[in-house]
Design a protein around this ligand. Structure first.
Ligand SMILES: Nc1ncnc2c1ncn2[C@@H]1O[C@H](COP(=O)(O)OP(=O)(O)OP(=O)(O)O)[C@@H](O)[C@H]1O
Ligand SMILES: [Mg+2]
Length: 207
């Protein structure tokens, strides 16, 4: 589903990512672990098509991120390390805003947002300004916004850093739900993407 092949990303003289290769299969939960400055965020930014590699290739569902970023964006949900919620908008206004951005169909929007609010346990806080939410609630709202276009690939950059242990547990429970549901909803599409011969032919190389 995600194939990172000999990825190098430089910022001037700084080598943020050096010759990194890994593959993530559909249905897999994959963690990228490393100290501050190891290049985790940079790797996610390249996968999300926000920036191009200096060298190497990245593909999602067999589609090269440099060649067709728009196609890749459609299947990716990216929750950045500092997710930009709008502090002066309420919970439900934030979700409406992201529904606009992702072009969620008008007719289905109310039901979709109600489902996301329920899923993220934020229904009773929907009229609260985002700036008055606890850290854990903000993360859940960010996750709900990221799930707006039902992405098949979810990229989460330190989703529970700075969140108390109880909220962290709740967040991971939500993710488990997403994981189980996504497998139940679109196994056929995932298999179709997975069996792309180019994506499968690419070999892992040691980083
Ligand atoms: N836009 C940028 N311009 C210049 N240097 C950058 C840029 N983005 C990242 N870097 C540098 O690239 C290296 C990797 O940074 P990155 O943010 O990818 O690390 P990280 O593993 O996500 O770290 P953290 O755990 O602190 O979030 C660091 O040395 C960082 O200073
Ligand atoms: Mg980071």
């Amino acid at each position: 589903m995600i194939s990172v092949s000999s990825l190098t990303k430089k910022f001037g003289e700084t080598v943020a990512v050096h010759n990194l290769s890994f593959d993530v299969n559909a249905g897999e939960v994959f963690g990228l672990i490393g100290p501050d400055g190891a290049g985790k965020t940079t790797t996610l930014r390249v996968i999300s098509t926000a920036m191009n590699p200096t060298a190497g290739h990245v593909s999602v569902g067999g589609v090269d991120t440099t060649r067709d970023p728009e196609a890749v964006k459609k299947v990716i949900g990216y929750m950045p390390q500092r997710f930009a919620l709008y502090p002066d908008l309420t919970v439900v206004e934030n979700l409406n805003f992201f529904a606009d951005i992702f072009g969620a169909p008008r007719a289905e929007r109310a039901a979709l947002i109600a489902r996301l609010l329920g899923f993220s346990r934020l229904t009773e806080f929907q009229t609260r300004l985002a700036r008055n939410l606890s850290g854990g609630m903000q993360k859940k709202l960010a996750l709900a916004a990221t799930l707006m276009h039902t992405p098949r690939v979810l990229l989460l950059d330190e989703p529970t850093t700075g969140v108390d242990p109880v909220s962290r547990r709740e967040f991971w429970d939500l993710l488990t739900e997403v994981h189980l549901q996504s497998r139940a909803i679109s196994p056929i599409e995932e298999r179709a993407l997975q069996t792309d011969p180019k994506a499968r032919a690419r070999e892992r190389s040691p980083s």
